[in-house]
Design a protein around this ligand. Structure first.
Ligand code: PGA
Length: 238
């Protein structure tokens, strides 16, 4: 692992009130600051998370316009950038499932993120059927190809490999499974892993070949647990 470049991205999903966020920030400020840490809270919480010495990210951006327009309920990539975001998660499997996001929608969102100067954290991952059928590598290659716009490059795009069967299930992929997929996908982009990452498995996953970082859901909601993961990453550098 290249410790200075290893990225920790917290995906808070639809969690936390302002009060709970202030608590998180208060606790986190007791710990040493760290580079290459991104927190992606709900839009309502971004201003509070900004007080932390980390980067800020959105969990989604609009496909319809990079800037603004009559699109009720949408938030554009430019608005995220304006609010202080450097990153945006795009194409998470929960968005694909609950919002019927297709590859072409995701591709437009990633292109909009690039146009606004954001780094896209583009998510891909196979479901359990695809894993068990054995054709997951071909599936992942095709999924990646389908979502990446021409603007995607090493500097503005990070790929998050999140096997759907590992998200929120407590069943992280094995190190062998992670290594196989990361090795397969790693020629043009940095690949981070997500799916049931905890303070107990973060060190081993970060030490796995071609793992450029972690996308962390549940374990990023608790300041102590999240700081443990930051600490573990730091220890791997020494
Ligand atoms: P989890 O979520 O760490 O709670 O499994 C990861 C994600 O969905 O990004």
């Amino acid at each position: 692992m290249d410790c200075n470049k290893s990225l920790l991205v917290a995906n808070w999903k639809m969690h936390k009130t302002i009060e709970a966020t202030k608590d998180f920030v208060r606790t986190m400020l007791n710990f040493p600051p760290a580079d290459n840490v991104v927190i992606c809270p709900a839009f309502t919480l971004q201003a509070y998370v900004k007080e932390l010495p980390f980067s800020l990210g959105g969990q989604d951006c609009s496909e319809f316009s990079t800037t603004e327009g009559a699109f009720t309920g949408e938030v554009s990539a430019m608005m995220l950038e304006d609010a202080g975001c450097k990153y945006v998660i795009i194409g998470h499997s929960e968005r694909r499932k609950y919002h019927q996001e297709t590859a072409s929608i995701i591709r437009k969102k990633i292109a909009n993120a690039h146009q606004a100067g954001l780094i896209a954290v583009a998510c891909i991952g196979e479901d359990l059927n695809q894993r068990e059928a054995g054709n997951y590598l071909q599936f992942l290659a095709a999924e990646l190809e389908a979502i990446l716009p021409d603007s995607a490059n090493m500097d503005n795009t990070i790929i998050a490999y999140e096997p759907i069967w590992a998200i929120g299930t407590g069943r992280a992929a094995s190190l062998e499974q992670i290594e196989e997929v990361h090795q397969f996908l790693t020629d043009k982009f940095k690949i981070i892993y997500g799916g049931s990452v905890t303070q107990d498995n973060a060190g081993a996953i970060l030490s796995t070949k071609n793992v450029a970082g972690l996308l962390i859901g549940g374990a990023s909601l608790d300041a102590n647990k999240f700081n443990q993961i930051i600490k573990i990453r730091g220890q791997l550098c020494n």
